[in-house]
Each structure stands twice: as structure tokens, then as C-alpha cells.
Design a protein around this ligand. Structure first.
Ligand SMILES: *Cc1c(COP(=O)(O)O)cnc(C)c1O
Length: 424
């Protein structure tokens, strides 16, 4: 099925007992066992079924199947936020004393996780000088366990050459993990370009309405954890936290998600609430339509801003002069994201004036909402960073990041215009 159809039907068949057409909300913590033998089979992962909602829930399972299908993956696991998805996806591929290589252009909290939190847990993150494959390749050594990138960087707007990054990772026997939040699977399916693991913040375009936090980890099923057992012993050696289970033997291609669920979701506990899963499913039904309008409005805003004398620069991959234009053509179906950044003439002070003068466009830190949103990364999402770190993450003092919504374009442009006038 095509993404538009998967978004509406994927992962759910009319409930056989109630005939409910909409996905029911299974608002339950636990599930009754028929007998001790039945319970034992469930706990041994021999029988299919539910035990406890921290591990799996029928509403969330529909969301997992739908997101996996949208991304063209084998399986998915949902968690309570996009940040938990990034955290668990990396932890599941690493162990004490290892490293991962990351592109420098990252979501602010992911940068904090990589630069400050994971190292304290014994996993070093080496930041490449750029998102280019050769800059990644030169940092890989025998302790490297993954390459990490955002398919479209938030807020930098860079587009990674996923096929080149996958090529480098696979040449060294390690997986490529891609955060696909900004592009969304409607514009880009990283697995088709060699990504092994994809993470998404469902909070953004997929949920789409700025009401519900959620995250997903999607496994392509393509990375051979058994073949690379020397680097990834956790998948093919007995897990003593789960009475000696060997993930690659028991789950085959599903080993990565199975281990992520039985280790990180079960004991880490960042579970998605069933009601949140329902709300996210509701949002996903219209994601293809919304993204189409987001993209069309984004282009009109980029063109309007480029022609305005109070604007210093516009970073938008849809312009032929963008360094990412060719990659947008290749990876984003010839379009560009509705997330764009603009440099206001007059530096930090002018950017703040513009930001504060907006009336329709909401000032906040989020993206992918039906509403148009603006944020000033230097004073918010990337505030914890040094000026040097900000620059390498693609954050400049005069920069405003815009997430263009699906309102009528005339109203969006009118608001931007009056706010630009206020910077004079
Ligand atoms: C928002 C975001 C996240 C974190 O997602 P939450 O759902 O807010 O935890 C991770 N990566 C990117 C690229 C994001 O934009």
C-alpha cells in the first residue's frame, strides 16, 4: 500500500469481537492469564500475547505496526517521547567503553544527550566535522558501534546523504541510525536508502497537532547482528537479565526491537500511554495531506522572505542556490521541508524583535504542528551550548527557525510581513 493508505489503515483490522472500526483504546495495565502455563509461555516469549502495558499494549501495537509500515521497516517499538526513542536506539546498539559517530547538526536535546549524558554512562560520542561521509569515516575505529544522523537536521536544515553514510557504516560492519523526525516518512523513507534503524518523534509531523508526545524506533530488519557478533555480542550471547535468552536465535531479524523492548522498555520504562497512542494514530490518518500543505506553504514563505529587504538570508533546500538542493531533489521527492530558517538583518537583537512581534505565528519550541511556529534557537533550544557548539550545530544569533503550518498562506505572510516591519 502507498503511504496515504497505510496512514489510515496500516496495522489494524476491524476488531473481531466488537467490530469497532476506530482503533479501540485499551486502557488497561495488565492482561489476565488463562493459567500458570499460559503465563509462563508469555514470559518465555513463546506465546503471542500481552502481559503488562509497560512492555506492550494492543492500542500501541497498532501504532507500532502502522509506523513500521510507513517507514518501510520490519518492526517498531513506541516510547513516550522522541527523546526516549533516540536514547534507547543508541543504548541498544552500544555498551560500556564503545563509541558512536554523529553528524554535528542535531536537535538540541540530542546534542546534550550525546555530548554530556551518554559519556557519563561510558558511551563516547564522536562528532564529525561535517555531515559528509569522509568526515564520518575517519572517526570510525574498532570500538565504534553506530553512525547517527538526522535525515534533515533540526534546526540546521542540512540534508544528509544517507546512501553515502550507510555505505561508510556498512563498510565497517556497523548500523546507520537515522532520526527522520523533520522529513517524516511522507517525504523520506531512510530505510530505502540504507538506514538500518530509524527513530521518529511522533510528537511532530506524525501526530501533527501539538497535543501528544511520543516516539518510535523502527528496525529495517536488514542489519545482521549475528554476522557482526564480535562487535554486538549482546544480540547473540545469552542475556542473563532474561534467563539466558539469545535474541538472534529466538527472534532472527527481529532481534534489535525484541532486545530493545525486553531490556530498555521493560527496565527503562519510558512507556507510551494507550491514550497517547490513540491520539497519535488519529493524527497520522491525515499526515500525508498535511505534509503536502506544509510543503506548499513552506515554499511560498521561503520565496516571500527571500525577496524582503529586512532579511539577511533564507536557508531553504528548495532554492537552487542551496547547498542541499541536489540532496533535496534526491531524498525529499523534489520538494523541501516546511522547516526553514531565516536570518534577520541586524543580528541577535533584530531576530528577537521579529520573534516578539509575531501575532499569528506562535513563539514556542516545537515543529510539525498544524499551526505555524517560530523559535529563536540561540536563546532557547541551543541555549546550553557554547557559541562555538552553536555554530557547528548550524545555529546563528540572527537565526529564526520557522515551522510553517497549514493555515491560509495569506494570513501567514501578512503576519511575517508585519513582524519584519517591526525590526526596522
Ligand atoms: C523534537 C525532536 C526530538 C525529540 O522528540 P520529543 O518527542 O520532543 O521527545 C528528537 N529529534 C528531533 C529531530 C526532534 O525534532
Amino acid at each position: 500500500m502507498k503511504p496515504e493508505t497505510i496512514a489510515i489503515h496500516g496495522g489494524y483490522e476491524v476488531d473481531p469481537t466488537t467490530k469497532a472500526v476506530a482503533v479501540p483504546i485499551y486502557q488497561t495495565v495488565a492482561y489476565a492469564f488463562d493459567s500458570a502455563e499460559h503465563a509462563a509461555a508469555l514470559f518465555n516469549l513463546e506465546a503471542e500475547g500481552f502481559r503488562y502495558t509497560r512492555i506492550q499494549n494492543p492500542t500501541t501495537a497498532v501504532l507500532e505496526r502502522r509506523v513500521a509500515a510507513l517507514e518501510g521497516g520490519l518492526e517498531a517499538m513506541c516510547v513516550s517521547s522522541g527523546q526516549a526513542a533516540v536514547n534507547y536506539a543508541v543504548l541498544n546498539a552500544t555498551e560500556l567503553g564503545c563509541n558512536i559517530i554523529s553528524v554535528p547538526q542535531l536537535y538540541g536535546t540530542t546534542h546534550t544527550l550525546f555530548a554530556h549524558i551518554l559519556p557519563g554512562m561510558g558511551v563516547t560520542v564522536r562528532f564529525a566535522a561535517s555531515d559528509r561521509a569522509d568526515d564520518i569515516a575517519r572517526l570510525i575505529d574498532e570500538k565504534t558501534r553506530a553512525v547517527f544522523c538526522e535525515s534533515v537536521g533540526n534546526p540546521a536544515g542540512n540534508i544528509c546523504d544517507l546512501e553515502a553514510l550507510a555505505g561508510v557504516a556498512h563498510a565497517h560492519g556497523i548500523p546507520l541510525i537515522v532520526d527522520n523526525t523533520v522529513a517524516s516518512p511522507i517525504l523520506l523513507r531512510p530505510i530505502e536508502h540504507g538506514a538500518d534503524i530509524v527513530v521518529n518523534s511522533l510528537t511532530k509531523f506524525l501526530g501533527g497537532h501539538g497535543t501528544t508526545l511520543g516516539g518510535a524506533i523502527i528496525d529495517s530488519g536488514n542489519f545482521d547482528w549475528k554476522r557482526h557478533a564480535a562487535r554486538f555480542p549482546a544480540f547473540s550471547q545469552p542475556d542473563h537479565s532474561y534467563h539466558g535468552l539469545v535474541y538472534t536465535d529466538h527472534f532472527g531479524k527481529g532481534a534489535y526491537i525484541a532486545r530493545c523492548r525486553s531490556v530498555y522498555l521493560r527496565t527503562g520504562g519510558a512507556v507510551l500511554a494507550p491514550l497517547s497512542a490513540f491520539l497519535l494514530l488519529q493524527g497520522i490518518e491525515t499526515v500525508a495531506l498535511r505534509v503536502e500543505r506544509h510543503v506548499a506553504n513552506g515554499r511560498k514563505v521561503a520565496e516571500f522572505l527571500r525577496g524582503n529587504p529586512r532579511v539577511e538570508w533564507v536557508k531553504y533546500a528548495g532554492f537552487p542556490e542551496s547547498p542541499y538542493h541536489a540532496l533535496a531533489q534526491k531524498y525529499l521527492r523534489g520538494s523541501a521541508c516546511s522547516l526553514l530558517s531565516v536570518g534577520i538583518k541586524g543580528g541577535y537583537a533584530a531576530a528577537v524583535k521579529f520573534h516578539d512581534a509575531l501575532k499569528l505565528v506562535t513563539r514556542l519550541v516545537n515543529l510539525g504542528d498544524a499551526k505555524s511556529l517560530a523559535c529563536h534557537p540561540a536563546s532557547t533550544t541551543h541555549r546550553q551550548m557554547s557559541a562555538e557548539e552553536q555554530r557547528s550545530a548550524g545555529v546563528l544569533p540572527e537565526m529564526i527557525r520557522l515551522s510553517i503550518g497549514i493555515e491560509h498562506i495569506d494570513d501567514i505572510l501578512e503576519d511575517l510581513n508585519q513582524a519584519l516591519k517591526a525590526t526596522a
